[in-house]
Design a protein around this ligand. Structure first.
Ligand SMILES: C[S@@+](CC[C@H](N)C(=O)[O-])C[C@H]1O[C@@H](n2cnc3c(N)ncnc32)[C@H](O)[C@@H]1O
Length: 215
């Protein structure tokens, strides 16, 4: 993980210029997730792996009285995000370069309280330290806070040839659904740590997980 900053910058240095245009066709379920967040006045919400800021810009426009934070391993992606946020004139978004498994509400963002909501949008599938990142997110969440994830799922109900092709293509970019992710969330629910809801989309092309903490 020590080279995660460099790896992400290398991957996105040029892609960031056409990222939003191309990803809208295959990062499916992002807008559904944004609706599920149900953000209230004064809430603090952070996106882990926010990329070009596409999701934060939509949310910040819709919820001018809430506070949005974004972190990403790629400083290059955040440069693009910062320019877009400035152009949109949104004062309620703060961005920091940081790693998913290492950020904290106080050290990274200078906050005095943990987050109301934390979400990962198509980032957890490209984070080798996904388990540690999930634990870190839960640590940075209020005792009744909510964690959301939208990402590629196992594609189980898509035609086998398409599933194979797509998964092989995603692997080339180091993107893979962590098979133990949903069982881990179910286990946390079984331990009484929260309530889990899973929505599957487009024949399990993608999923949305909502974990509502209760301790
Ligand atoms: C596929 S993009 C998704 C961007 C955005 N969330 C969206 O929905 O458009 C994944 C992002 O995760 C970031 N990322 C990858 N590994 C990371 C890590 N370990 N910590 C923080 N961000 C990371 C990448 O730099 C990239 O910007």
């Amino acid at each position: 993980m020590t080279n995660a900053f460099e790896n992400m910058d290398r991957m996105y240095r040029f892609q960031r210029y056409f990222y939003d245009l191309t990803r809208k066709y295959y990062l499916l379920g992002r807008d559904r997730l944004l609706n599920e967040l149900d953000i209230r006045k004064d809430e603090c919400v952070v996106e882990v792996g926010c990329g070009t800021g596409r999701n934060l810009i939509i949310l910040a426009r819709q919820n001018p009285e809430a506070h949005f934070y974004g972190l990403d391993a790629s400083a290059a992606m955040l440069e693009t995000a910062k320019a877009k946020i400035a152009a949109a004139g949104l004062p309620n978004v703060t961005l920091k370069t940081a790693l998913a498994d290492d950020f904290s509400f106080d050290k990274t963002f200078g906050l005095t309280v943990t987050f109301d909501k934390i979400f990962f949008s198509y980032s957890i599938s490209m984070i080798p330290a996904w388990r540690k990142s999930l634990e870190n997110a839960l640590k940075n969440l209020k005792s009744d806070g909510e964690l959301f994830i939208v990402d590629f799922y196992d594609m189980k109900y898509l035609p086998a040839w398409f599933q194979k092709l797509l998964q092989a293509w995603l692997k080339r970019f180091h993107v893979e659904h962590p098979q133990k992710l949903i069982p881990l969330l179910r286990n946390l629910e079984a331990q009484g740590m929260g309530k889990l809801e899973i929505i599957t989309l487009y024949r399990r092309y993608s999923f949305i997980a909502a974990f509502r903490k209760n301790n």
